[in-house]
Design a protein around this ligand. Structure first.
Ligand code: COA
Length: 540
């Protein structure tokens, strides 16, 4: 593979201005992450109360379980951002992938300092998404349970539907049947539905004095049966470990429980994170030759000014080496092979609007990767497929559909990063959430919507004016309408709006992207080869 020859002038004024602007975006991201970790109204009080009870903070818990000096890839830290009156930082739940005795596990850990760890709608979505990640990547799940169960004021948004609370238990039972260990440590009250998280686990540890499991808590028991009973007598660690058998182990303290959990993990016979099955081409990794931090200066502070995706690729891949496929044709999409942390990937990256030839090239390339069993990485930065008479006459709809169909049917692992705009059907053809990439990350400069705010202003205002059927409108009214539409689109295409709703698995710093993808690829490499797809390669 050849080393990319960069055309970036890192000494130019424009580069310096872009870099400063991007650093500000990264600072904002870090500040908001900090807020999700320990901010929110009244949170200090609940953190104090939590610590006063001798309980450990949720991320410290994960730290106590995972191997020393190993990464924890946290998902969607900013879920819930700007929702629920900003009272549910992170959705009140932490999910991610950590390593225990060399084996990667998905962690699902409630944050009891946020609404008692009860589950608001986005928390359920995050819990279910983490289970989906476990299934696709063949990972066991560790549940650190400290939750008030369903967030009762919003029960109709979390209880009955397919991927609501019930769906999480359905998945848990099936994950266990797939041989993916389901392990729980009970660190708080598990009431009603919440009782089934430990009850459906393969092995359960309860911590004395804080862990409780009951289908109905003391108030319900009093109301229903007239029994007055202390919580520990109704569902404490001792009762469940020595009498009911709902729990398998009892620990006096949290550290003791995590020691026991690690002991269990030693016996689960799962493949290690570095255990490659050989279907995915691998070579010893090398860092990029070009500095990943230069990505900050390459992405223009003005999102109307395009940037060359090859320059981004060169700063993410091993040795900055990229073997471009069909580089002289269909140039609004870049396709080619590279390695990330040693793993071979086929990269599809936008360089602006997708034209018919670019859509066909991408389709051809997806077929090549399918046949060669090479995972696909999509780097999205597009305003969508080309519109207009010439483009329609050239059949952009059917050429775009070929690309969409190839993406949908590709059986190799797919990964997507939003590195810029993700607009219109470009989101679909470039493996947006609907196309089930195994992981989807976004950068803090990204934007996602059916169309840009500028385009929407024109389109929506025209539609509304046409609907008024010639009624008089003043220029002021039209201007107010334009402003309203722009405001709506700008708000809804904001990356924080997107990540809050779990349209991605998290906003990440461009500099960290290579490491995040490296871990994701290592997960695929430890699995058996994916089932073969159609296998044909049509020249497009
Ligand atoms: N729905 C909505 N809010 C809940 C909740 C739930 N299921 N569980 C806890 N909360 C809220 C509390 O209202 C409180 O909110 P605030 O901070 O705005 O005042 C916050 O979470 C902390 O709860 P609190 O009871 O003060 O904390 P605690 O640590 O003493 O007790 C629990 C935690 C989970 C043991 C306790 O809140 C509880 O038993 N909750 C109800 C459990 C239940 O019956 N669930 C049914 C699920 S189907």
């Amino acid at each position: 593979m050849r080393v990319v020859e960069t055309r970036v002038d890192a000494g130019s004024a424009a580069f310096g201005e872009n870099r400063e602007a991007y650093r500000a975006l990264v600072d904002t991201l870090r500040e908001r992450m900090r807020w999700a970790i320990d901010g929110g109204p009244g949170r200090e009080r609940s953190i104090e109360r939590h610590l006063a009870r001798g309980k450990v903070m949720v991320r410290d818990r994960i730290d106590m379980v995972t191997d020393e000096n190993t990464p924890f890839l946290e998902f969607s830290t900013l879920s819930g951002w700007g929702q629920y009156g900003d009272e549910v930082p992170g959705g009140g739940i932490v999910t991610g992938i950590g390593v225990v005795h060399g084996v990667p596990y998905v962690f699902i850990a409630n944050d009891a300092t946020v609404k008692g760890g009860s589950l608001v709608p986005i928390a359920i979505k995050k819990h279910v998404r983490a289970q989906e990640i476990a299934e696709e990547n063949g990972l066991g799940v560790i549940y650190l349970v400290d939750s008030g169960g369903a967030f009762l004021p919003l029960q109709d948004e979390i209880f009955p539907d397919k991927d609501h609370f019930g769906g999480s238990f359905y998945r848990q039972a099936r994950l266990s049947a797939m041989g993916l260990p389901q392990l729980s440590v009970v660190l708080g009250g598990c009431t009603a539905g919440g009782a089934y998280v430990p009850a459906l686990s393969d092995e359960v540890i309860m911590v004395e004095g804080i862990g409780r499991i009951f289908l109905g808590g003391p108030p319900i028991v009093k109301a229903a049966l007239g029994e007055i009973i202390e919580p520990d007598d109704l569902g404490g660690a001792e009762l469940h470990t020595r009498t009911s058998g709902v729990s398998d182990y009892m620990a006096a303290t949290e550290p003791e429980a995590y020691g026991r959990l690690r002991e269990i993990c030693e016996t689960t016979a799962q493949r290690r994170v570095d255990d490659r099955q050989g279907w995915l081409d691998w070579a010893p990794p090398e860092p990029p030759l070009l500095d990943p931090e230069e990505i900050y200066g390459i992405i223009s502070a003005d999102d109307r000014i395009p940037f060359d995706a090859t320059e981004i690729i060169a700063r993410m891949v091993d040795g900055s080496k990229f073997s471009a496929f069909k580089p002289e044709w269909g140039t609004s999409i870049i396709t080619g092979f590279a390695r990330i942390w040693g793993h071979m990937v086929g990269i599809i990256a936008n360089n602006g609007i997708i034209f018919s030839d670019a859509a066909l090239k991408a389709t051809h390339f997806i077929e090549l990767c399918e046949q060669r069993r090479i995972p696909l990485l999509f780097l999205q930065n597009t305003s969508g497929y080309m519109v207009g008479r010439d483009s329609e006459a050239a059949g952009i709809a059917k050429h775009g559909a070929k690309m969409v169909s190839a993406v949908a049917n590709a059986t190799v692992p797919k990964y997507t990063v939003l590195i810029g705009g993700s607009y219109g059907a470009g989101n679909y053809g470039m493996c947006g959430r609907g196309f089930r990439p195994r992981f989807l990350f976004a950068w803090p400069n990204s934007r996602i919507a059916t169309m840009s705010a500028e385009t929407a202003q024109t389109v929506l205002v025209d539609i509304r004016l046409a609907g008024l059927k010639g009624e008089d409108t003043t220029p002021e009214q039209v201007e107010a309408l334009r402003a309203e539409v722009a405001e709506q689109y700008l708000t809804q295409s904001d990356p924080y709006h997107a990540t809050s709703r779990l349209w991605d698995d998290g906003l990440i710093d461009p500099v960290d992207t290579r490491d995040a993808l490296g871990l994701c690829l290592a997960l695929a490499a430890r699995q058996d080869a994916p089932a073969p797809g159609p296998g044909l390669v049509y020249r497009m």
